[in-house]
Design a protein around this ligand. Structure first.
Ligand code: ADP
Ligand code: MG
Ligand code: MG
Length: 436
């Protein structure tokens, strides 16, 4: 395509495609850039699909400034214009773009989301959140499972997720790829890495009773069960022997990599525990027959927003696990994947409190870690049973999947956040107590 934007993008620095991150971007992008196509939002704003020198494609909200172009920042007004487009078009296509809208409201004013995030979200008018997708799947690869998963949950009557306002997708050869999703903003919402860490601190200081500090974990248990029952209502499958074998192989491969790259005392302790971890990961290979459903895929406390008084909980971010390939994110998996993910994060909340709180009552936090996991699991099981769906949880998979999650935490630490290695190190000490 040619438009004034084409030359401007070609002349831009490769960092054009990246959002500005508080911690500094670690992603390397090679030029030259080229504009694949774009949807013009007017007033010098557009959403471009930009290809890098490596052939990767990125969604980029763009703003023109004289004879240059840059990635628009929260406050520039590009997200606001996308929301305005939803008001005009309920279901419209222009070129390769499709706009779908379920809620029409004009809102103004933008601010960025400052918490740790994978994509880039912008709050518009304190009413909506626009989440720009970043790197797009390559040709032939599927896009984010989020639109289908949200539609499935909605059709099954599950309402504990922010209401969708609309989506902007790029459709090529009948394949839709999500460029941006707009959902209702939940006022005062904070994610679990904030609210739960604060709750546990308050409990460890003696400002919150243990029962009150455990109540949210119970709520997460029942919420997770309702989400799974809703997913199951839209279809279920059964794990084949090949699938089960592949899960076990993938987990073993991650462990092998962790054993190679984790150094220091943490590495020594991981190597000492490796035979028992391997034995547990082998259990995954015998999971043929386990019930498979659509799952959240990246289910942890950071995906659960708390808002309102009395407190309400809402689950977000159904893009799937960022460490899996796009096609792997799409397939049905055992419900235990999400259960293990949440259990791991409850443990990690406690570790974060221990590590980052001066003079904390460590014994109290350890009690919370154990009981929060038990409370979550208890209410998860009870809710499933109450909904005649106990068969969704294959109990045999919980420990191996928990262990696989901790193995992934080592890899995450080595790749992105070295000090985080203390978290899986301490978590494994509880999961695999030493024999002496
Ligand atoms: P990512 O995939 O980038 O992690 P999320 O969907 O998890 O994106 O959103 C990132 C953050 O934005 C959340 O942790 C939360 O702080 C905030 N956020 C997302 N959706 C909403 C919403 N509907 N209301 C309020 N805040 C939200
Ligand atoms: Mg998230
Ligand atoms: Mg995410």
């Amino acid at each position: 395509m040619t438009s004034p934007w084409t030359d401007l993008v070609a002349a831009a620095d490769p960092s054009l495609v990246l959002p500005v991150r508080p911690r500094g971007a670690t992603t390397e992008v090679t030029g030259p850039l080229s504009l694949v196509d774009l949807i013009d939002l007017g007033g010098g704003h557009s959403v471009g699909v930009v290809q890098t020198g490596d052939g990767d494609r990125w969604t980029v909200p763009l703003v023109r400034e004289g004879d240059t172009v840059r990635r628009s920042l929260p406050g520039d007004g590009t997200a606001e214009r996308l929301v305005a487009l939803l008001v005009q078009d309920t279901h419209a296509s222009s070129g390769p773009y499709r706009v779908s809208a379920w809620h029409h409201e004009t809102v103004t004013g933008e601010r960025g989301v400052t918490v740790d995030q994978t994509n880039e979200s912008v709050v518009v008018g304190e009413r909506a959140v626009v989440k720009w997708s970043l790197r797009l799947p390559s040709d032939g690869e599927p896009g984010s499972p989020a639109p289908q998963r949200l539609a499935a949950l909605a059709s099954a009557g599950f309402g504990e997720t922010p209401r969708p306002w609309g989506t902007l997708e790029r459709v090529v050869d009948g394949r839709a790829v999500l460029l941006a999703a707009v959902v209702e903003f939940l006022p005062g919402a904070v994610d679990g890495w904030d609210w739960m860490v604060e709750d546990v601190r308050a409990y460890a200081r003696g400002d919150l009773a243990l029962d009150a500090a455990l109540a949210p974990s119970r709520r997460l248990g029942s919420l997770t069960a309702r989400m799974h029952v809703a997913f199951a209502a839209t279809g279920r499958g059964e794990a084949t022997a090949e699938q089960a074998e592949a899960w076990s192989q993938a987990a073993r491969a991650d462990l092998a990599e962790a054993l190679e790259v984790v150094g220091g005392h943490e590495g020594d302790r991981l190597r000492a525990r490796a035979p028992r971890i391997e034995a547990e990961l082998d259990v995954l290979a015998s999971a043929a027959g386990a019930v498979l459903i659509d799952v959240h895929g990246d289910h942890h406390v950071g995906q659960v927003l708390r808002y309102g008084d009395p407190a309400q909980y809402s689950v977000t971010d159904l893009d799937g696990n960022p460490v899996l390939t796009p096609s792997e994110r799409l397939v049905r998996r055992p419900a235990a994947v999400d259960v293990a993910g949440m259990l791991a994060s409850l443990d990690h909340v406690g570790r974060v409190v221990l590590f980052r709180t001066e003079g904390v009552d460590a014994a109290a936090v350890r009690i919370w870690i154990e009981q929060a996991q038990a409370a979550f699991l208890h209410d998860y099981r009870e809710t499933l049973a109450g909904m005649m769906s106990a068969d969704l949880l294959d109990e045999r998979l919980l420990l191996p999947l928990r262990l696989h999650q901790e193995v992934r935490e080592y890899l995450y630490a080595v790749r992105h956040l070295p000090h985080w290695v203390y978290v899986p190190d301490l978590a494994l000490a509880d999961l695999i107590p030493s024999e002496e």
